[in-house]
Design a protein around this ligand. Sequence first.
Ligand code: NAI
Length: 336
Amino acid sequence: MNHIVCLLPGDGIGPEVTTAAREVIDASGVDVEWVVLPVGTTALEFCGSVLPARTLAAIEGHGLALKGPTTTPVGSGHPSINVELRKRLNLFAAVRPVRSLPGIKTRFDNVDLIIVRENTEGLYSGIENEVVEGVVQSLKIATTKGCSRIARFAFDYAASRNRKKITVFHKANIMKMSDGLFLRCARKVQSQYADRIEYDEMIIDNGCMQLVRDPSKFDVLLLENLYGDIVSDLAAGLVGGLGVVPGANFGKSCAVFEAVHGSAPDIARQGIANPLACIMSGVMLLNYVGETAAATKIRNAYDHVLQEANPETLTPDIGGTGTTQSFTEAIIRALM
Ligand code: NAI
């Protein structure tokens, strides 16, 4: 079956890693028609907008995208394209599987987490204003609809993958109303799954400490937007860094797959970006569209390449001396 997938290369290392993912997916034998679309600062140059209307319309129309990271200027400049994209397409749930990988040595070899992040509300919305000179306020939005929706998604997702436990990280001791609402909604949904899924809550500062001490205590983490953003990077650090953690953003009618990492301007255009997180996001996409055989084939191929641990193949972030290209080519060879 032919799948039409929007491909958004994005900024920085985005074009490098999305090209790698495309090559690997094509080599797996799946019939994908790629619709390449502009997004990010590159799009601004050529289309006058960081998120051109035709890019949004195409994702809405096809319902499926593989996206590279996009740069968001710090402290000024245009607002985040990701925040805008998630709001406009109502991509309310981010899912980031974080697992220990063969051949990548870290302090733990038994990490197997799924992070479920609310994607549209919270402080992360970036709703800020200057009340008077020298006084700025930033709004944290929480709605019963948004909190219940992400809780239902997390429990459904966990149940469908036979996961045993959901832990909510929160700060409801301080943000009693907003995080309090998040907790109340999670508890309400949890009551319908009490026979199947264990439920726990942790104040986020303690949760982070527990997570870096013993990640095996956790299974699925459910977090509001900003906490999910930060804890995703923290968890990536447990398994080898941002180069090896994929992600997906789900809405009712659209899904956008993208790695957790950003545009990594420090290594852009050097040919050394780790393509694995983007390739793994592509594997999530293939599973989502029912191409499970191809998804498994690619997963086995990169597991094999990692297991071989040939430094000439792997990128520097995971201990190699290789390049984006050498890693990608090794995965493609392992598919054959
Ligand atoms: P970053 O994730 O781009 O980089 C953090 C560190 O990880 C850097 O040292 C980088 O070299 C390294 N790294 C990241 N991905 C890598 C890969 N695939 N292979 C090897 N090393 C990798 O985060 P940073 O520097 O905070 O943000 C840079 C830009 O990316 C910012 O403009 C930020 O807003 C944007 N960003 C975009 C995201 C998206 O589009 N989904 C997500 C996160 C950040």
